[in-house]
Design a protein. Structure first.
Length: 207
């Protein structure tokens, strides 16, 4: 990864719930964090990848090409065994392109009931891509959090499918767990922990 003259990193997400989470996970890296809100004219790429990693890289390359900034993008979602891995890469569009989190959760729970599955095994998966427009190189990192899908939404400290995902070893959903626990065990935390090591080498606290 090229050491840029200006230590800036674009957090390439339009999900307002992710920005503070990403910022917290990267707080110890001496980088000025930029967001897409600063680039209102930049459009949104179509997510055509077949995997989370493909979509993360696609987004990182797209936004880096438009901003010329070192760019971090992620793609994440929920995989339910009973649904053959769905919602998967379609997690954000599972109940339609304009559906709310509540509508997506309702659709998921309906599908889970119809499946007749009693184990309700599922996992959150996150792929993080860091694209360096100077070097033209992309690095990929992945994290997973195993668990199960609850029967009803609980909690308000999260977004997406957090209110119905219960991670292994806990009785609370992601939306009920304290932030410090979620930041330690989540799929995004795991992927970011790996990415942070790479960023820390390129941008040490004491050069």
């Amino acid at each position: 990864m090229t050491r840029h003259r200006q230590a800036e990193l674009l957090l390439a997400t339009k999900n307002k719930g992710k920005v503070p989470e990403l910022a917290l996970l990267l707080a110890d890296i001496p980088l000025r964090l930029r967001t897409l809100a600063e680039f209102p004219r930049v459009t949104t790429p179509e997510e055509t990848g077949a995997t989370f990693a493909e979509n993360a890289e696609l987004k990182a390359r797209f936004y880096a090409s438009h901003t010329r900034l070192l760019t971090l993008a992620d793609d994440s979602g929920l995989e339910a065994d009973a649904l053959g891995g769905a919602p998967g890469v379609r997690s954000a569009r599972y109940a339609g392109p304009d559906a709310t989190d509540e509508e997506r959760i309702a659709h998921l729970l309906t599908e889970m009931r119809a499946s007749g599955d009693s184990t309700r095994r599922a996992r959150f998966v996150c792929a993080v891509a860091i694209f360096d427009p100077v070097a033209g190189a992309c690095e990929l990192f992945e994290g997973r959090c195993e668990g199960r899908i609850g029967h009803e939404p609980r909690g308000s400290n999260g977004f997406g499918y957090d209110p119905v995902f219960i991670p292994d070893g806990f009785d609370q959903t992601f939306a009920e767990l304290p932030a410090e626990i979620k930041q330690r065990i989540s799929h995004r935390a795991q992927a970011l922990a790996a990415a942070r090591k790479t960023l820390a080498k390129a941008f040490p606290t004491h050069p």
